[in-house]
Design a protein around this ligand. Sequence first.
Ligand SMILES: [Cu+2]
Length: 68
Amino acid sequence: MSSKTVNIPNISCQHCTNTIERELSELKGVIKVKAEADTKMVTIEWDESATDWKQIADLLDDIGFPVN
Ligand SMILES: [Cu+2]
């Protein structure tokens, strides 16, 4: 399992964190997502046999929350 904590500047409220958590959770291989509105930080855990960081970052780009 891999894990990463990243800053996403476009996070402004709870709706943003809900969207990120929902959309990333639907990506195959993503195990856990925790997004915080206050800090604009997101922690993602994934199974590297099912997905990789590039797919996760691409999805974040697609939904309007690119990683800093
Ligand atoms: Cu928001």
